[in-house]
Ligand binder design. Structure first.
Ligand SMILES: Cc1cc2nc3c(=O)[nH]c(=O)nc-3n(C[C@H](O)[C@H](O)[C@H](O)COP(=O)(O)O)c2cc1C
Length: 188
């Protein structure tokens, strides 16, 4: 007989959803949180997958949005303007949780949200990333000081359409999908 587990057979979907958002919010503030650096996957102009690591900058359960900062000249911006559907993949060894967030991304290059983001970033070392004279991904060349007059920070505002949560556990893996129709357990 297997050892008795204190894990209930049923999953309380609402408290799980709340815990997921709680971890996402913690990840924004805690530098060591493994969910701070998810992978953002999208589709490039050739219809091929593209993925890269990003930093999670904001998580709001209401209205279900996640935010990432990027350089408005980066290839991912062109990609996301063309194809707004993307996936953010998070893995935490501590939690033994994988979270795949299916998102619809809005690229914001000006306005209040961008200025507030720049206000925060401009006081950190990361500011230099957004003041670089040449676009990310362009061929490296030694240049002069360049035009540092304006920044190129863009906010990727990702509306969460669905979550696919997977927990790895010795006593059995568990998987739940949350989407607009509610929540349901899936075979892991
Ligand atoms: C730990 C880590 C965090 C990163 N965070 C970001 C980020 O928040 N935003 C960003 O645009 N790129 C970030 N990058 C760089 C991207 O992974 C990527 O190399 C770059 O943005 C170019 O991507 P693209 O060519 O698909 O636009 C990060 C890379 C690492 C390794």
């Amino acid at each position: 007989m297997s050892a008795p587990s204190d894990r209930p057979a049923d999953i309380d979907f609402e408290s799980l959803r709340a815990k997921i958002w709680q971890e996402l919010q913690r990840a924004v503030g805690e530098r060591d949180h493994e969910w701070r650096t998810p992978v953002l996957a999208g589709v490039d102009a050739d219809g091929l997958p593209q993925a890269r690591t990003v930093v999670l900058r904001q998580a709001d359960p209401l209205p279900s949005t996640l935010q990432v900062y990027t350089d408005s000249r980066s290839p991912k911006v062109t990609e996301l303007l063309r194809h707004r559907g993307a996936v953010l993949v998070f893995w935490s060894r501590r939690l033994s949780w994988q979270l795949r967030a299916r998102v619809t991304v809005q690229v914001q290059t000006d306005g209040e949200r961008v200025e507030a983001a720049w206000e925060r970033v401009s006081r950190t070392a990361a500011a230099a990333d957004y003041l670089a004279p040449a676009a990310p991904g362009s061929v490296f060349a030694l240049t002069g000081p360049g035009d540092h007059a304006s920044h190129h920070l863009a906010v990727l505002l990702a509306r969460v359409e669905s979550f696919d949560w997977l927990e790895l556990a010795r006593e059995g893996h568990r998987r739940v999908r949350f989407d607009e129709s509610g929540a349901c357990r899936l075979i892991p």
